[in-house]
Design a protein around this ligand. Structure first.
Ligand code: ADP
Ligand code: ASP
Ligand code: MG
Length: 441
């Protein structure tokens, strides 16, 4: 019998009602032996995620402010879940210890991780599964980099001794035993690591939407679900803001050839999305798989006549970025032009210095800076070698009166990226979605 690793996100675990749905899903299939949980998410749209409350608690404590009220709100959420599930579990000693450690100056990572830690203990009790602490099996090295091989061995060894277990998502430990978290949304990564470690038949990622949708449901009303998507397509979309699955969570399972199945905790009967290595070609040409957008970029456009014959121009340009500690996202180029697309978080106060150095060292004819840019990725394995896709895309944007500042059709041929003003992003995503959604009817 194969093994399934099932990860449940914060919205799937916001309260006791959600816990019961999770219980039914797990009990339905005995292969669901390993369960990874996030911290409780929002119960309703005005609510705050436990992880955000924990960060707020740490911030207050580190500023020497009173954090008791925020901590109580967190504690009460857990107490309510335990009470509503009629569990015979005393969390008070755990809450007391966490509170004392926050008061004693515990790190932000430790404090933030306690949401998944407590939730996993509760879920383990509820399911009658063992609790296995992620700190004992997921490791980072001295530099804080994820240590995949050491982790993989530890996961395999440890879980071979536990037939059924719940593991908290989002964190692991440093060589000195300190807790370290993954980036936000990182429980997806934990799920993938566990799936690889136990050589799962499938990694199920349970969330609050019926799989990966063709566009962000907060931008497009009722977008069409994607039944099958390749790892490459998913990475392009996830990186560009389709935040349903953390983009780094793909590597461990891809490496091991384990399919990922995204499912809806609130509608488990729906098929969801299957992420696979190579999906069969899409049935009709010209179809896209999805579209996603992300705000907060700056484009530096450089023009210089005969740039293309000037030896070392590109290298010198990139070395300016490197010496300023800046990484870039894209670098579309023409004969006499080259543009750099950089996330604002990378530039942070360094823009003027970089422009000065470019002017001084490269003597360009002109340097233009476009700030407040959003990037939109239109992705699809069916796009490669299909004529007319770009024309259709630009017609859709043109009809909407959206100004396209940058275009980059990556060499992968499964992705066309356009840069538009931040404020145009939602309109542009909608225009592209509607231009392609009915393509295969
Ligand atoms: P979880 O708490 O289960 O980890 P997340 O909030 O991290 O869930 O991810 C699910 C959310 O991702 C959805 O509720 C949806 O708002 C958002 N989302 C953004 N883009 C997409 C997309 N293309 N398809 C599905 N969901 C998307
Ligand atoms: N709870 C963490 C967060 O809010 C991790 C996760 O949900 O995946 O980012
Ligand atoms: Mg998530």
């Amino acid at each position: 019998m194969g093994v399934i690793v099932a990860k449940f996100g914060g919205t799937s675990l916001a309260n006791a009602v959600q816990f019961r749905k999770v219980y039914r899903i797990i009990m339905e299939d005995p292969r669901r032996q390993y369960v990874v949980v996030s911290a409780p998410g929002k119960c309703h749209s005005g609510d705050t995620k436990i992880t955000d409350l924990l960060y707020a608690c740490h911030k207050k404590a580190s500023l020497g402010e009173e954090f008791g009220e925020v901590f109580e709100a967190i504690a009460q959420r857990f107490r309510d879940i335990i009470r509503d599930l009629n569990l015979d579990l005393d969390v008070e000693p755990l809450l007391k210890e966490i509170r004392e450690r926050i008061a004693a100056g515990a790190s932000a990572d430790y404090v933030a991780s306690r949401g998944e830690y407590l939730n996993a203990i509760i879920m383990a009790k509820f399911l009658g599964y063992d609790f296995v602490d992620a700190a004992d099996i997921i490791f980072f090295d001295e530099r804080g980099m994820f240590d995949s091989e050491r982790t993989n061995e530890a996961v395999a060894r440890c879980l071979s001794r536990h037939e059924r277990a719940v593991i908290p998502g989002f964190y692991g430990s440093m060589p000195n035993g300190e807790i370290k978290t993954f980036p936000r949304g990182g429980s997806d990564i934990t799920g993938a690591i566990i799936a690889r470690g136990v050589n799962a038949e499938v990694y199920e990622n349970w969330t609050d939407v019926s799989g990966f949708l063709m566009a962000d449901p907060r931008i497009v009303e009722n977008p069409k679900p994607i039944r099958k998507i390749t790892y490459r397509e998913l990475r392009e979309l996830a990186y560009m803001g389709a935040s349903v699955l953390h983009e780094d969570s793909i590597f461990p399972v891809k490496k091991a050839g384990i399919p990922v199945h995204i499912k809806n905790t609130n509608a488990p009967e729906e098929p969801g999305t299957l992420i696979v290595n190579e999906a069969e070609p899409v049935t009709c040409t010209g179809a896209i798989t999805g579209v996603a957008g992300k705000k907060g970029f700056t484009v530096i456009a450089i023009e210089k006549t005969f740039m293309h014959v000037e030896l070392g121009f590109g290298r010198r340009l990139l070395s300016i970025l490197e010496s300023n500690g800046i990484s870039f996202e894209h670098m579309p180029s023409g004969i006499d032009t080259i543009s750099l697309v950089i996330a604002d978080s990378q530039l942070d106060g360094k823009l003027e210095k970089v422009i000065e150095e470019i002017k001084e060292q490269l003597q360009p004819d002109s340097v233009e800076v476009h700030s407040n840019m959003a990037l939109i990725a239109t992705v699809g394995r069916g796009m490669a070698h299909t004529p007319g896709i770009a024309a259709k895309l630009f017609t859709a944007l043109g009809n909407e009166g959206i100004n396209v500042r940058m275009i980059d059709q990556g060499s992968s041929e499964i992705n066309i990226i356009v840069g538009v003003e931040n404020e145009d992003m939602e309109r542009a995503v909608r225009a592209i979605y509607y231009a392609f959604v009915d393509n295969c009817k």
